[in-house]
Design a protein around this ligand. Structure first.
Ligand SMILES: Nc1ncnc2c1ncn2[C@@H]1O[C@H](COP(=O)(O)OP(=O)(O)OP(=O)(O)O)[C@@H](O)[C@H]1O
Ligand SMILES: [Mg+2]
Length: 237
């Protein structure tokens, strides 16, 4: 199987004045097309830093990142923006919806950047809103939606371009357990329809939805486990 994500000796330091703070230390990671990966680890271990690199929102200090066969570690910012827009759907913990736009307009936003015409934008936004069960809330603004509905709008927005890779940083962090299950069911469907899903979570029962769990500690990969097909949800084999 082909790797959609290939990280080779990735290092990331943040620079505070003259002081370098090493956060990722020699990360090697391959993720195959259509894999479902949960990224876990203590607070401060570098999960969001790694996700931002995977999502081409930030560059590594050193190392090689091959995404979908393209070396993005040396790509100029303009090309990176295009890769980001076309290949990646990013879901943040803080939902990042625009407050003045309706749910449908928020969902359609990536299509505006991609230069898609208004009619097609509206149609495609409605299609994904249906997928996440929010067809009847398309005209609501974020402050007229519940937390779980807002998160589903954010997921719909990440899906609207049909990106190969969905990256989600603690997508259920602010949700109650019932809404979390609804959101996780959406991710399972996305993965079953052929997309690659990588999500960060602190919760073992959320990680149990993924087939593979990668654990970070202090900027290194501490373990990388595949769940057997016979494993009961919640049990890492
Ligand atoms: N922009 C930044 N500048 C300087 N240091 C940063 C920056 N972003 C993160 N850090 C530091 O890098 C380390 C890793 O942060 P990161 O956000 O990747 O952790 P995390 O694993 O996502 O934690 P959490 O579970 O709390 O979200 C932390 O020690 C943090 O203080
Ligand atoms: Mg984080």
């Amino acid at each position: 199987m082909e790797s959609i994500i290939h990280l080779q000796n990735i290092n990331k330091s943040y620079f505070m004045g003259v002081q370098a703070l090493p956060v990722l230390k020699g990360i090697n990671l391959d993720i195959l097309k259509n894999e479902y990966v949960a990224l876990m680890g203590p607070s401060g271990s570098g999960k969001s830093t790694l996700m931002n690199i995977l999502g081409c929102l930030d560059s590594p200090t050193s190392g090689t990142y091959i995404l979908n066969g393209k070396d993005v570690s040396t790509m100029p910012d303009n090309d990176l923006a295009e890769v980001r827009n076309k290949d990646i759907g990013f879901i943040f913990q803080q939902f990042n919806l625009l407050p003045r736009l309706t749910a449908a307009e928020n969902v359609a936003l990536p299509l505006v950047y991609a230069g898609v015409g208004k009619k097609e934008r509206t149609e495609r936004a409605m299609e994904v809103l249906v997928k996440v069960g929010l067809a009847d809330r398309s005209k609501h603004k974020p402050n007229e939606l519940s937390g779980g509905q807002i998160q589903r709008v954010a997921i719909a927005r990440a899906l609207v371009n049909n990106p190969a890779i969905i990256l989600a940083d603690e997508p259920t962090g602010n949700l109650d357990s019932k809404t979390s299950v609804e959101v996780m069911d959406i991710f399972s469907k996305i993965q079953e329809s052929g997309n690659t899903v990588v999500l960060v979570t602190h919760e073992e029962d959320i990680a149990a939805y993924a087939k593979r769990v990668v654990r970070l500690r202090d900027g290194v990969i501490e373990s990388d486990t595949l769940r057997s097909a016979h494993a009961v949800l919640g049990t890492v084999v």
